[in-house]
Design a protein around this ligand. Structure first.
Ligand SMILES: O=P(O)(O)OC[C@H]1O[C@H](O[C@H]2O[C@H](CO)[C@@H](O)[C@H](O)[C@H]2O)[C@H](O)[C@@H](O)[C@@H]1O
Length: 370
């Protein structure tokens, strides 16, 4: 893991902390109010000093870290090894297919209550160029509906909660939008009750700031062809999937120029998207824990949470499950990635197959009374 303190501007007191795993494609850019070392102007200037587990910058090296990070989110820049590679050290050995290991998974869940957590984009819906067109296929919708009849099921997404609800249209699910900063769920074990359900918005004070930043980003990036800014209520996405790669640096500069005025916001990155969000310590992992508590499983040893997701932000949830030693994460990916998930599935089609098998198993299990 490397950590790079990246000054946004030589005169600014604000710097960006970039955490980048090597060769992992994950990175977090965190804006923090701290005095950067003097740096010449230019794209991004950083320096180096060794640490035990990361590299801290303090010298002459000049790296366009944002650009590197943006490239890392693009499979065309990842040296892809097919998942069918049978090398013992390969990804598929460390993170076997959840379909191939279905019996093993069921065995581990025996006597426990399965709770399902599902990411949306890239997990329930295939990745498409236009984020407004990321509809969930009808057969997936039917499958998720059946799943929710068998197990408590939540959608955990970076999207605005209302928008993902419009895509999913299943009232029987729980929803955590804006990377978990906007949760509706059950109120069984929750301190945040409102009648029989719960509404939890830990970043509500950031709403005016997010609106302001959204408008500024729309204005600032309008000269970059293909850039798209999406208001996700408690966070903002700047998409570069349809931006010519030669213009990625220009786009990064535009985003950076807006963000330098907002030290209370940080930047994370997803699949060809820069995501701007409050610096509060809240993420999909915390949302998962919150929902488990709301369901009455706060201190339960009888719960078996399963989280399925494809993106870097889902790693927070995978880590929570690893640390709790409960349930497991399933990474959706066609390419090997560093992950805290235990199993893998290649794409939303395989996710649907896995969910269908869970439903079938549950129905059989109910009938046989096992
Ligand atoms: O947490 P998620 O549900 O995975 O949401 C993360 C982001 O997903 C969306 O963007 C991604 O999917 C788009 C549609 O397939 C694709 O065009 C884009 O390149 C992907 O990054 C969503 O639009 C973002 O707002 C979410 O933050």
């Amino acid at each position: 893991m490397t950590r790079q303190n990246v000054p946004l501007d030589p005169k600014s007191r604000i710097s960006v902390t970039l955490e980048m795993a090597i060769p992992k494609s994950s990175s977090i850019l965190t804006m923090a109010a701290q005095k950067p070392p003097p740096a010449p102007s230019g794209c991004i200037t950083i320096s180096r000093k060794k640490r035990v587990s990361n590299i801290e910058i303090n010298g002459e090296a000049r790296i366009n870290s944002w650009l590197d990070s943006m490239k890392a989110s693009s499979p065309t820049h990842i040296k892809a090894t097919p998942l069918t590679d049978r090398d013992p050290s390969s990804f598929i050995i460390r993170h076997p297919s959840a379909l191939d290991k279905f019996e093993q998974i069921i065995e581990a869940s025996m006597g426990k209550k399965i709770v399902m957590f599902l990411d949306y984009d890239g997990t329930l819906s295939p990745i498409v160029d236009d984020p407004d067109q990321a509809f969930m296929p009808e057969d997936m919708r039917k499958t998720v509906k059946k799943l929710a009849k068998c197990f408590p099921t939540a959608i955990v997404t970076g999207r605005c909660r209302d928008k993902v609800y419009d895509f999913v249209r299943l009232a029987e699910l729980y929803y955590a939008g804006s990377h978990g900063m906007d949760i509706t769920g059950p109120a069984k074990g929750s301190k945040h009750k409102k009648g029989s359900s719960v509404l939890f918005q830990p970043a509500s004070e950031y709403l005016p700031m997010i609106d302001e930043v959204f408008k500024q980003l729309v204005e600032k990036t309008k000269s970059t062809s293909g850039a798209q800014v999406e208001n996700n209520k408690f966070c903002v996405s700047v998409h570069f999937r349809r931006v010519d790669e030669k213009k990625w640096c220009e786009l990064a500069e535009q985003v950076k120029s807006v963000l330098k005025e907002y030290p209370k916001l940080r930047l994370t990155q997803g699949r060809k998207v820069l995501e701007i969000r409050p610096t509060i310590k809240w993420d999909k992992g915390k949302a998962l824990e919150f929902l488990l508590e709301s369901l009455g499983f706060a201190n339960s040893t009888d719960v078996f949470p399963v989280y399925i997701g494809d993106d870097r932000t889902d790693e927070d949830a995978f880590k929570v499950l690893r640390d709790r030693g409960q349930g497991f994460g399933i990474l959706v990916s066609k390419f090997p990635k560093e992950t805290s998930a235990s199993y893998s599935l290649q794409d939303p089609r395989e996710v649907m197959d896995f969910l269908q098998r869970l439903v079938q198993w549950k129905r059989l299990h109910r009938q046989s009374g096992v």
